[in-house]
Design a protein around this ligand. Structure first.
Ligand SMILES: [Zn+2]
Length: 465
């Protein structure tokens, strides 16, 4: 007997990972069911360094007394495991645009572009290929829907930031588009004044602006933008009843997208991105990052629950690149203070983004900074630490040896890290291979070391294209 997806869910909730199948090694029975999937869910924890998985597991155990779904899959029969080699065409370290383009087009391209070769030749995105073969594409993200990762699946651009020009490319190419970025569909905010939302409505998309709209939606075709820019950080949403009412979670968006695609009788690819794990890593914001990773894991749980009684859908879970490689350092004699330092992360109630914005609105002296950090992050920093943050924000030179960390996010992350036991390598993407987990028909194609530019070929082969 191998664990079904339903058992995986119960398994994770119980938090007892190995006990359900005593004496049985992983993968010792070949999964039954179809060899090729009818649909593929491709889940991306953007900018997730490999060490984030055990940190999120420890955080989940500490705050929710249960395991994460992703860790549950690591001890489940029939689940494949691998690593993703993430380089781009011009760097050992990729950005999200080149990474997503490699998955989508099958070619490594220079950083900063979408589906354009180093020579400037247009490459076919997987979204274009799927539409040409009567398959459906869904894009779900916590960033703007036109941000680099979803855009790589369906758009071409010389500049990943040209989101005004990426948005119209989704029309009749992606069936479901959910995330942030309403300004790119708004005639009052677009440079060309085009009423793009009206164009989507005319093409039979339901255009959604709030969580209530999403929960009440009935259509097959959805364009949902629940914020002008990226969706708020989960940690900030958790403290704000208005955001909780108006902005859906990644799990809610993922569940509705998957239900709509399953209800149709065509093959589909659903890309789901937890985008702000990356953003929190750029800000060295460990509490913000772990709350985002847990929200991504909740989306994994929703997907697995919906697929519990099916054997025709492949789920692939990975990341496009590492970012800043957060790691828990042992602290105290015999590392005895490590756990209590880590436990302080759960006391944070505010993202670093919001903390720095609050400071910009109402700056003050070192005591005021210390107070703000205590109220936001749950740690009491020393006066000299608070003074150093103020100096860096003011652009004053401070003693530092890591040029990566000589900026407000870097100095704040280091100083908060003194109190959490957390260290960071910098504030940028890293070259590390990322984790790769797959379950369902074709999952074994994602075991071992996979280059990011091999993904398109595997996905299309599994679709029979
Ligand atoms: Zn990034």
């Amino acid at each position: 007997m191998r664990l079904s997806r339903r058992q995986v869910i119960g398994h994770s909730l119980l938090g007892s990972l190995a006990g359900l199948v005593p004496g049985r090694a992983r993968g010792d029975e070949t999964p039954k069911g179809p060899a090729k999937p009818r649909g593929i869910v491709f889940m991306v924890s953007d900018g997730m360094s490999p060490g984030v998985l055990p940190l999120a597991e420890a955080f989940s155990q500490q705050t929710r007394k249960r395991s994460t779904h992703w860790c549950g899959l690591l001890t489940t029969d029939g689940v494949s495991h691998g690593l993703m080699d993430t380089a781009s065409a011009d760097s050992l370290v990729t950005d999200s645009a080149a990474a997503s383009s490699a998955w989508s087009s099958g070619k490594r391209i220079p950083n900063g572009q979408l589906n354009l070769s180093a020579e400037g030749k247009k490459l076919e995105s997987i979204g274009e290929t799927l539409v040409a073969h009567d398959c459906l594409l869904g894009l779900v993200t916590t960033a703007t829907v036109t941000h680099a990762t979803p855009a790589g699946f369906a758009a071409t651009s010389t500049d990943r930031n040209a989101e005004d020009s990426i948005a119209p490319q989704y029309l009749n190419r992606a069936e479901i588009i959910l995330g942030g970025g309403s300004v790119f569909f708004d005639p009052a905010r677009r440079a060309d004044k085009r009423d793009l939302a009206a164009d989507f409505r005319a093409a039979k998309y339901e255009v959604l602006r709030t969580r209530s709209d999403l929960l009440a939606s009935k259509g097959d075709r959805l364009l949902g933008t629940f914020s002008e820019s990226h969706l708020p950080y989960s940690i900030d949403r958790s403290q704000d009843p208005v955001l909780q009412k108006d902005v859906p979670t990644l799990a809610e968006m993922s569940g509705i997208a998957l239900e709509r695609l399953l209800a149709r009788d065509r093959p589909f690819l659903l890309q789901i991105e937890g985008a702000r794990i990356d953003h929190a890593a750029h800000l060295n914001d460990i509490a913000g990052l772990l709350h985002e990773q847990i929200a991504f894991d909740d989306a994994i749980g929703t997907v697995l629950e919906l697929l519990a009684d099916r054997d025709d859908i492949l789920v692939v879970i990975t990341s496009d690149h590492g970012n800043a490689n957060p790691g828990l350092n042992g602290t105290g004699a015999k590392y005895a203070q490590t756990n209590s330092h880590f436990a302080r992360i759960a006391e944070a109630t505010c993202s670093h983004e919001r903390l720095l914005a609050r400071w910009a609105e109402k700056p003050g002296d070192a005591a005021a900074m210390s107070e703000l950090i205590a109220a936001s992050l749950g740690v009491k920093v020393e006066e000299k630490e608070a003074a150093a943050i103020i100096d860096v924000i003011a652009g004053k030179p401070v003693p530092e040896w890591s040029h990566q960390l000589a900026n407000p996010p870097g100095i704040l992350g280091q100083i908060a890290g003194n109190h959490y036991g957390m260290g960071w390598t910098g504030i940028s993407h890293t070259a590390d291979p990322t984790l790769l987990t797959a379950t369902g028909p074709g999952a074994t194609r994602f075991s071992g070391l996979i280059r990011n530019d091999q993904v398109r070929g595997i996905l299309l082969d599994l679709f029979g294209i």
